[in-house]
Unconditional design. Structure first.
Length: 259
């Protein structure tokens, strides 16, 4: 299979690792692709760490990768805010690492609903009622409603946990406001970022992930072949009339272990 492609786009959570553990032989797979001089990039909707955090994690797991080969939705939303809302204040339902990344870039944080210009939703494992009500009050006062990602759940070692999509639904019901933009897969913003990283013909690119509605749909929208792995939130085969992977794989190791 890998002979057909010159570039590979990998999801992270549920595809390369779960929690703190690598998917079996994910490191072997990535290192083999690098040895064959294939282009490899990693694209994650997760915002609970910086690019350096993800790079160090993967490097320490034995992967021969570069920091510039990793994209997450924090980078995409940060660039959008800097380019389009440079003087605006944000409030985030998100973890401190996400807030710190935006603040370090010069984007001002506020938790005062009267001062908040933009509410951003992402994964927050310390979500509480106070955060929800701060966001709701800001939205009712006219703040913009953005999300770093729209995943309903995030895969972990023993199953799944609530992710941004669940929080978005709660706020939409509470405020009767609709989400305006999101910046993870499969958004236009993330797709544009992915395209900017690869200088390869579409028919030579394969995207690999564990979610139909984010990973595989992103590949379909870009116009590249896709592979759905059964190591994350998806246990294939599962039905979806509109989203179709090119391949079904048990894990990323099948890329180099099956003909």
């Amino acid at each position: 299979m890998i002979e057909k492609y010159d570039a590979f786009i990998f999801d992270l959570d549920g595809t390369i690792y779960k929690g703190d553990n690598l998917i079996c032989n994910a490191d072997v797979t990535i290192n083999k692709l690098k040895e064959l001089k294939k282009e490899v990039i990693f694209v994650s909707n997760k915002t609970t760490g910086s690019i350096s955090d993800y790079f160090n994690f993967l490097k320490n797991k034995g992967m021969n990768i570069a920091e510039g080969e990793i994209i997450n939705s924090t980078i995409v939303i940060k660039n959008h805010l800097l380019n389009n809302y440079p003087q605006k204040k944000f409030f985030a339902i998100g973890e401190q690492s996400f807030i710190n990344e935006l603040s370090k870039a010069g984007i001002e944080y506020s938790d005062n609903p009267d001062l908040i210009d933009i509410v951003i939703i992402t994964l927050d494992r310390e979500l509480n009622y106070t955060k929800l009500e701060t966001a709701a009050k800001a939205l009712e006062k006219g703040a913009k409603f953005f999300a770093a990602n729209i995943d309903n759940t995030c895969p972990v070692e023993d199953g799944e946990v609530l992710d941004a999509g669940s929080t978005i639904s709660a706020l939409e019901k509470r405020t009767h406001k609709k989400l305006e933009k999101h910046f993870g897969k499969p958004s236009k913003f993330m797709i544009d970022e992915i395209k900017s990283r690869l200088n390869v013909n579409k028919d030579k690119i394969l995207l690999i992930g564990d979610r139909l509605e984010t990973d595989i749909l992103t590949g379909n929208l870009i116009g590249v072949d896709t592979a759905l792995v059964a190591t994350g939130v998806t246990n294939y085969p599962n039905g979806n009339a509109d989203i179709h992977p090119t391949y079904y794989l048990d894990s990323v190791y099948d890329l180099i272990n099956k003909r």
